[in-house]
Design a protein around this ligand. Structure first.
Ligand SMILES: Nc1ncnc2c1ncn2[C@@H]1O[C@H](COP(=O)(O)OP(=O)(O)OP(=O)(O)O)[C@@H](O)[C@H]1O
Ligand SMILES: O=c1ccn([C@@H]2O[C@H](COP(=O)(O)O)[C@@H](O)[C@H]2O)c(=O)[nH]1
Length: 238
């Protein structure tokens, strides 16, 4: 089977995974490995938009933000996602891919602003679009940005590439007895407070009937398997 299961996808890449084995920031080998995975599916002709998190640099809810005004801390988090987006786009350029970064907050000397018709045009032209600065609003996350932009661009699925290989009954990093779901409904994931994505992102995808696949960005070949429609990770569905 060589035909991808999807024509257009929204890929949410873990910011935290970018650290690799480092304590902070962007690990070169890790970003190059992520880009190699992205290149593999781009070559299949899949239209690809990406949202990357900022957890490797800054989170508004992190201990380092303690005592700060929450909205200010969240803007810092959004700026962290801009740095990751620029690094990702540059790594893609070096790998021979054409990418465009669009920011939800105005920093036009650095990144062009998010304009939906322009993003759609880039996707139709086969360019990879990286949506930076989350939703542009504090009190949200890049998971919600992925749900929002995925809905806006008419993606067929949101692919959440993270450090665990699916949705578990509890955080597998804290509870070794947790078991993985092959699939789970949005309502069940929300009712059970499963923290792999925030409830706002789950609710938006549920309302837009936009499925989510949660899978490992660390496992070699997992992104391609997901795009080919193989049984990989956990499907979150209506
Ligand atoms: N029920 C659960 N199933 C799977 N993972 C869970 C669950 N509950 C909590 N987690 C944790 O959620 C993490 C993924 O979500 P999180 O948004 O924190 O990270 P990310 O998206 O990889 O990083 P970033 O926000 O930097 O992009 C996993 O690494 C896992 O430890
Ligand atoms: O729409 C958004 C997206 C993100 N933020 C802030 O950025 C950090 C980093 O994003 P992660 O999803 O946690 O990787 C997040 O903690 C928020 O502080 C935001 O405010 N609005």
């Amino acid at each position: 089977m060589t035909t991808p299961a999807y024509k257009r996808v929204l890929l949410k890449l873990s910011g935290e995974a970018l650290m690799g084995d480092d304590a902070y920031g962007i690990n070169r080998a890790t970003i190059e490995r992520m880009v190699a995975d992205v290149a593999e599916i781009s070559k299949l002709g899949v239209e690809l938009a990406i949202v990357i998190g900022g957890g490797n640099i800054f989170r508004g809810v992190a201990p380092g933000a303690q005592g700060m005004d929450r909205a200010t801390a969240d803007y810092m988090g959004m700026l962290a996602t801009v740095m990751n987006s620029l690094a990702l786009a540059d790594a893609m350029r070096q790998a021979g891919l054409t990418a465009r970064v669009m920011s939800a907050i105005g920093i036009e000397q650095v990144v062009e602003p998010y304009v939906r018709p322009k993003a759609l045009q880039y996707l139709e032209e086969g360019k990879i679009v990286v949506f930076a600065a989350g939703t542009g609003n504090p009190f949200f996350t890049t998971d919600t940005a992925a749900a929002l932009r995925g809905s806006e661009i008419g993606a067929q699925i949101v692919l959440k590439a993270t450090k665990v290989d699916g949705v578990y009954t509890a955080d597998p990093k804290k509870d070794p007895s947790a078991t993985r779901y092959q699939s789970i409904s949005f309502d069940e994931a929300i009712a059970k407070h499963l923290q792999v994505m925030d409830a706002t992102a789950f609710a938006l995808c549920r309302d837009q009937k936009l499925p989510i696949k949660v899978f490992s960005i660390v496992k070699p070949g997992a992104l391609k398997s997901v795009v080919m429609g193989d049984d990989e990770g956990t499907l979150v569905h209506v």
